[in-house]
Design a protein around this ligand. Structure first.
Ligand SMILES: [Zn+2]
Ligand SMILES: [Zn+2]
Length: 259
């Protein structure tokens, strides 16, 4: 059985947990190590199971906690060399393990496959995490869906997917014009409409779990994002994530591998 939990999700911090009975990984470490571990314990998740943390890109809401977290838990921090060079020096992990997008990284029974995405960072990656017959996607901070993300989504049973903003709320909201343009650009963030289109037209038949992620506090509400997916709620389990606390713990059942 696989356990999923968004420990934090939003522009003030992102951290996504994927684990089985014995081991687990984190994608991103954008809140403090102390907060990360406290939020995990509150949800009944033991941080001692963590074997690795992966960093998607250098923005602080994804990378600010990695240095202390990897040191305190004595776990490797996987990152690309360009992301490492682009992040604040004081956030850099002490003993980074560099990967190249497209590499397959084995962590216990998990295989982590990073691939490039469209975002305004040095070498931004999305991740597909495979465990026996199950694939899980972590797809946030995407300005526009590319062929990579469409192709990997096809394989996924569960996805943490960015639903950053509602178009109307963004354009009518109080953000300055340049910031609105950056968010809506091809290297900014994914809107509720873009996320809905991606799921409706490009997911495979095995997709049964969707975790709406990285919601803007200013240009979206949990209800608005959820309502956008209303027509899919009968075929897919849809969960919300939060910037304020760890989200609900979600379980995925796998088929046992015969030995
Ligand atoms: Zn972000
Ligand atoms: Zn970002």
């Amino acid at each position: 059985m696989i356990t999923l939990c968004a420990i934090a999700s939003g522009s003030n911090g992102n951290c996504y947990y994927i684990g089985n009975h014995h081991e687990a990984i984190l994608i991103d470490a954008g809140i403090s190590a102390r907060q990360t571990m406290a939020r995990m314990r509150k949800q009944g998740i033991d941080p001692a199971k963590l074997r690795a943390v992966f960093i998607s890109h250098e923005h602080s809401d994804h990378a600010s906690g990695v240095r202390v977290l990897s040191k305190r838990l004595k776990i490797p921090a996987y990152i690309t060399s360009r992301t490492y060079m682009a992040m604040y020096a004081y956030h850099r992990p002490m003993a980074p393990r560099f990967f190249i997008p497209g590499d397959e990284i084995h962590i216990g029974s998990f295989v982590v496959l990073p691939f490039l995405k469209n975002h305004d960072a040095a070498e931004p990656c999305s991740f597909r995490i495979m465990h026996n017959d199950i694939s899980i996607g972590v797809f946030t901070d995407i300005g526009s869906p590319c062929d990579n993300v469409r192709q990997h989504l096809q394989q996924c049973r569960a996805v943490f997917l960015e639903t950053n903003y509602d178009e109307k709320m963004l354009w009518e909201g109080r953000y300055p014009w340049p910031l609105k343009k950056r968010i809506a650009s091809d290297v900014g963030h994914l809107s509720n409409d873009q996320a809905f289109d991606l799921i409706k037209n490009h997911s495979g038949s095995q997709l049964n779990t969707l975790l709406l992620s990285h919601l803007s506090a200013e240009n979206n509400t949990p209800e608005t994002a959820m309502n956008r997916f209303e027509e899919l709620r009968y075929s897919i389990n849809i969960h919300l994530t939060s910037r304020y606390a760890a989200g609900e713990v979600v379980f995925l059942e796998g088929y046992e591998v015969m030995k």
